[in-house]
Design a protein around this ligand. Structure first.
Ligand code: AMP
Length: 419
């Protein structure tokens, strides 16, 4: 299928060609016609699948086709995109500007952690697309600054993450303030559980689209476990990987903001072009780090989960989980920062004996066992868990209904590797 066959406006086709896209991705192929038809949509698609264009392109087409309904002096947005984080909001805003560059479209973002006055000004002007994080948008709504009378499309991007971050009430309050006639497009890593319940409340007869079942995700990413005795051992493993000539850019994840700061400082002192990225930094500092990573001035970003969510920078060859994430979904989001746009990537997780339960949860969630690797000279003293013959052969194992009998004995063989 081609973008022309999706019956997109010539101004969009031109911007798409300038972006270098040859064919629509599977989510774009399926979601764009449905969204153009005006139908509500609930779609499961990971970041990296092209999901942003799957909702922004039809939204732009609608803005181009129809004029704003005259509602007196109404100036509020015609399209509202809610995202869990500021970084994702920024990326959606950038994508809307890029795809809409040959149209007259006014796009703006209203996110937490940024000063209010420019946002107040933005909201007082006519706007086509507003991208927002739920908490800050609700603040503005409470001050009577947001006019939703012209709203035609509501997009919930990474809805699962918004719920994880406790935004459910904000999302529902915002949706309730928009016209019932709106079209609602929901994108989420999963469509089950709380998301299904939310969709039931906010969507009308939605078309359900599921791209990439969990078991087949991230096949272009080589996932590895390295067993570590303690933090000092993790530092030695990290030094080994950072010396690897195959490492281009990397994101190293830590559990805490303080940990990210400390590790970034220590790597910087060792001569690495490293910088921290976490929620205690103001937005300008965060933007500087991401711009540095994009431009090449920064090679290693030491990040926490929320801050790194949605980062789309090319050339990230390695994700290193210095600490494991809190949830299996976060693991999937972390490793999705590499292996993008058809490139291969490596995702390395350092695990101590305390992490075994968490590893099991990640493996159950993704449907793959993560093979253990050992670096000669940096072996763990306690030994990694025993591998199955299939793991040792290098083939990932898929899990069926249960994983009884899998344990993490203290001693066992592991496949040696040079990292
Ligand atoms: P997303 O899943 O929206 O975060 O997009 C992931 C990456 O894919 C972004 O860098 C997009 O610019 C890129 N992308 C989106 N659509 C296409 C396409 N049809 N062909 C190639 N790359 C694309």
């Amino acid at each position: 299928m081609t973008f022309e066959e999706l019956a997109l406006h010539p101004a969009l086709l031109k911007a798409i060609a300038e972006s270098g896209y040859k064919t629509p991705t599977p989510i774009q192929e399926q979601a764009i016609p449905e969204a153009l038809s005006g139908r509500d949509l609930m779609a499961s698609a990971q970041t990296g699948t092209g999901k942003t264009a799957a909702f922004i392109l039809p939204a732009l087409q609608r803005l181009q086709r129809s004029h704003a309904p005259s509602a007196g002096r109404a100036r509020g947005p015609r399209v509202l995109v809610l995202t869990p984080t500021r970084e994702l909001a920024q990326q959606v805003t950038d994508a809307a500007s890029r795809y809409g560059r040959h149209m007259r479209v006014r796009t703006g973002a209203v996110v937490g952690g940024m000063p209010y006055p420019p946002q107040n000004r933005l909201l007082s002007q006519p706007l086509d697309i507003l991208v927002a994080t739920p908490g800050r948008l609700l603040d503005h709504m409470k001050c009577g600054r947001v006019d939703f009378s012209r709203l035609e499309i509501l997009v919930l991007d990474e809805a699962d993450r918004m719920l994880d971050m406790g935004f459910i009430h904000a999302v529902e309050q915002i949706a309730a303030a928009t016209p019932a006639s709106r079209q609602t497009l929901l994108f989420s890593a999963t469509l089950e559980g709380n998301i299904a319940a939310l969709a039931k409340r906010l969507l009308r007869d939605p078309k359900r689209i599921e791209i990439t079942p969990p078991q087949t995700r991230h096949e272009q990413i080589d996932q590895r476990l390295h067993h570590a005795d303690d933090v000092a051992h993790k530092h030695r493993l990290l030094a080994h990987h950072l010396a690897d000539a195959a490492l281009g850019k990397a994101i190293v994840f830590t559990a805490t903001k303080r940990g990210a700061d400390r590790l970034a400082k220590s790597l910087h002192a060792q001569g690495h072009a490293a910088a921290a990225l976490h929620g205690n930094m103001n937005q300008n500092a965060r933007n500087r780090t991401i711009a540095g990573l994009r431009g090449g001035a920064v090679r290693l970003v030491v990040a926490t989960d929320v801050a790194a969510r949605g980062i789309d920078v090319s050339g990230i060859t390695h994700i290193i989980n210095f600490d494991l994430p809190r949830t299996a979904a976060d693991y999937v989001h972390r490793i999705g920062r590499t292996g993008r746009a058809g490139h291969a990537g490596i995702a390395i997780s350092f695990v101590t004996p305390d992490d075994f339960q968490q590893v099991r949860e990640i493996e159950r969630f993704t449907g793959h066992a993560i093979p253990s690797h050992v670096i000669p000279g940096l072996e763990p003293s306690r030994g990694p868990r025993r591998q199955t013959p299939r793991e040792q052969s290098g083939r990932p194992r898929r899990f069926g209904g249960n994983d009884r009998g899998r344990g993490f004995p203290r001693k066992g063989p592991a496949r040696p590797s040079n990292g």
